[in-house]
Design a binder for this molecule. Structure first.
Ligand SMILES: Cc1cc2nc3c(=O)[nH]c(=O)nc-3n(C[C@H](O)[C@H](O)[C@H](O)COP(=O)(O)OP(=O)(O)OC[C@H]3O[C@@H](n4cnc5c(N)ncnc54)[C@H](O)[C@@H]3O)c2cc1C
Length: 311
């Protein structure tokens, strides 16, 4: 029944990463008519394996998505398409969604569109992202334990700076914090890091030296180099175009604001889950948040459809 695009869908899910795919399972099992639209690239496109996801630890991201799609194919009420969602107009219960070159109707919309990482303009950064440069030590730290690590601090956040620097020490004794000449670190934080054996390097990074597609050393403004095997950092992020155009409310860090109980955005009937709504970013976290959103949507819709005599 899902192939008939003239009939309204119960839910259009935008995004086929861990978030969107998980929501589709819950809504499919809840017997809702679902259209999941995904138009890559995925956030972890540069990574070769997903870690820190129980039963999926070490799975290549493409395999993760392929298995999810294969499992979803068992639900005739769920359609998964590789199509771009360009617009969402209308209101709760009667949205019109621009999908590919056409339009579909939907009672609810769930945004699982992830975030766009903006690569710093340091030579070598883009090539090493996902290979030797990572956002999260839980995802890629184990494989590089006891090696030479760096923390590239892009912008100073007093809550995060010291805690994240110390966190990295849990995987290796050799951590250098690079403040890139732009971050003014308070004396108390410097002392804490020093006590933990963490060196702070204040010069700007001007390049990243590679060998066999892996990081070999960080090059500093004075021409010196610091040998490193891995760099952790949090690039600036932005919302995808659809979310920016929708105009849903964002928090001070640029993440989509959602009601914590329902995961509804500032736009009634539009929900959000996964990386786009939190700094706590990880595949299993996105999957859990999207399952939460899906169960709320399913509960609301079921009552609505049953009372209207539509189910
Ligand atoms: C280099 C790297 C390595 C990582 N490694 C790990 C790891 O090992 N373990 C872990 O747990 N996490 C890891 N992460 C984090 C993890 O990838 C994310 O937390 C997770 O993918 C978020 O899932 P999501 O569903 O919210 O978004 P995403 O996985 O980013 O999926 C969003 C999807 O929505 C699609 N989309 C966006 N806009 C539209 C539109 N308008 N129409 C249609 N489709 C659209 C995108 O193309 C994308 O496919 C890593 C991240 C990076 C950057």
């Amino acid at each position: 029944m899902s192939s008939d695009r003239t009939e309204p869908y119960d839910v259009v899910i935008v995004g086929g990463g861990p978030g969107g795919l998980s929501a589709a399972v819950a809504l499919g099992r809840g017997r809702k008519r679902v259209l999941l639209c995904d138009a890559g690239p995925r956030r972890n496109a540069a990574a070769t394996h997903i870690h820190n996801f129980v039963t999926r630890d070490g799975t290549p991201p493409e395999e993760f998505r392929a298995v999810a799609r294969q499992q979803l194919s068992e639900y005739a009420n769920v359609a998964v398409v590789d199509e771009y969602v360009s617009s969402v107009t209308g209101a709760r219960g009667a949205f019109e969604v621009g999908v590919g070159s056409g339009r579909v109707q939907a009672r609810r919309v769930l945004l699982c569109t992830g975030m766009i990482d903006e690569m710093p303009s340091i030579p070598g950064f883009r090539e090493l992202w996902g290979q030797s440069i990572f956002q999260c030590p839980y995802c890629h730290g184990w494989e590089l334990r006891d090696r030479q690590w760096g923390y590239f601090v892009r912008a100073f956040d007093p809550q995060h700076f010291q805690a994240f620097s110390l966190l990295l020490r849990g995987w290796t004794r050799d951590v250098v914090v690079f403040t890139h000449g732009v971050v003014d670190v308070p004396e108390a934080a410097l002392q804490a890091l020093g006590a933990a054996g963490i060196r702070v390097e204040t010069q700007p990074l001007v390049g990243l030296l590679r060998k066999d597609a892996k990081l070999e050393a960080v090059q500093l403004a004075d021409g010196s180099t610091v040998p490193r095997d891995a760099l952790f950092t949090h690039p600036a992020q932005k919302q995808v175009e659809l979310v920016r155009e929708l105009g849903v409310a964002l928090d001070d860090d640029g993440f989509v604001r959602v009601d914590p109980m329902t995961r509804e955005t500032s736009r009634a009937g539009v929900y959000a889950a996964g990386d786009l709504a939190t700094r706590m970013q990880g595949a299993i976290l996105a999957a859990a948040a999207a399952t939460h959103a899906a169960t709320v949507i399913n509960m609301e819709l079921t009552a609505e459809l049953v009372m209207a005599g539509l189910r």
